[in-house]
Design a protein around this ligand. Structure first.
Ligand SMILES: NC(=O)c1ccc[n+]([C@@H]2O[C@H](COP(=O)([O-])OP(=O)(O)OC[C@H]3O[C@@H](n4cnc5c(N)ncnc54)[C@H](OP(=O)(O)O)[C@@H]3O)[C@@H](O)[C@H]2O)c1
Length: 266
């Protein structure tokens, strides 16, 4: 079926890990896709593109023009988070309201109300903006993508000896499974809080690191890092996981094997 140009979906953060997956998956039937962000489209994206900056509001009005649904996936966890994630979401909501957008889909994270982490407080504040806004909305929360845990482990394993909080629990999900769930939300009416999306298994870092080391060909001692504090306690207790919503289809080992080959499935 040819997409209806008046049923256009705007994807913010379209150059990011999730954004690239969203652009690479089949859009909800009948929709045309426009990507937006500060940079240009990812190579080979083949979608309409509008440059915009959530920190200043520049380009937002043009980006939301003639848009039916917004998937708001842009985020800046490491810099200017208040300005980009919270105020930027307010700016986008306001532009969306003025443009008559019918569905605002906010991408969020499992456990942001249970894990005391500054970035999560900003995500929660952005959720509150969406809930209080005048554009009909859906919020979909997901657990960590495999890619994120992979990067986290790379950082922890940089030194000649690895240091790892072995008892942290994680439920990584394939970014494509999460993208599929978002496209399903686009095809459905605004649902407010949609059922969360978690990966197929809850694992401890201490288990996950073995297959990570095999996949990366890393051989070195790994020492337990007994991190103190409320954040560590929450992650140890698995408060960023959603075992009842283990709907993802790709396990950690399967993802490592697909990405790096080698002996990750051992
Ligand atoms: N990563 C995970 O494990 C995970 C899990 C669950 C949910 N989520 C959520 O999923 C969403 C996407 O995460 P991700 O990992 O794909 O993020 P990512 O790879 O870091 O991408 C972030 C995106 O945000 C855009 N962005 C940053 N600052 C911006 C600004 N000032 N104006 C406009 N765009 C801006 C970036 O594009 P430009 O640099 O081109 O502007 C980029 O495309 C986030 O909301 C995140 O909270 C992530």
């Amino acid at each position: 079926m040819q997409p209806d140009r008046s049923k256009r979906v705007l994807v913010t953060g379209a150059s990011g890990v999730l954004g690239r997956s969203l652009l690479g998956r089949p859009a909800a039937a009948g929709y045309a896709v426009r990507g937006t962000g500060r940079s240009g489209p990812p190579q080979g994206a083949g979608v309409e593109w509008a440059r915009s900056d959530l920190a200043t509001g520049e380009g937002l009005e043009a980006a939301v023009r003639e848009v039916d649904t917004i998937i708001h996936a842009a985020s800046s966890p490491r810099a200017d988070t208040e300005r980009i994630d919270v105020q930027g979401t307010m700016r986008l909501l306001e532009a969306a309201r003025r443009a008559g957008v019918r569905h605002f889909l906010y991408v969020s994270i499992v456990g942001i109300d249970r894990v005391p982490f500054a970035y999560y407080r900003h995500k929660l504040a952005a959720e509150r903006q969406v809930e209080a806004g005048r554009v009909p909305w859906t919020i979909l929360r997901g657990t960590q993508f495999h890619d994120l845990v992979d990067g986290l482990f790379a950082g922890m394993m940089k030194l000649p000896v690895g240091f790892l909080p072995r008892d942290f629990r994680s439920q990584p999900v394939h970014v494509d499974d999460f993208a599929d769930a978002l496209w399903e939300c686009v095809a459905a009416p605004p649902a407010r809080h949609a059922p969360e999306v978690g990966g197929p298994e809850v694992l401890r870092f201490g288990e996950m690191i073995h297959s990570w080391m095999a996949a990366h060909g890393v051989k070195k001692p790994v020492l337990h890092l007994p991190l103190p504090g409320a954040l560590a306690t929450a992650l140890r207790q698995g408060r960023a996981t959603t075992p009842g919503r283990a709907v993802g289809t790709v396990t950690w080992k399967e993802w490592l094997h697909a990405r790096y080959g080698g002996t990750a499935l051992v």
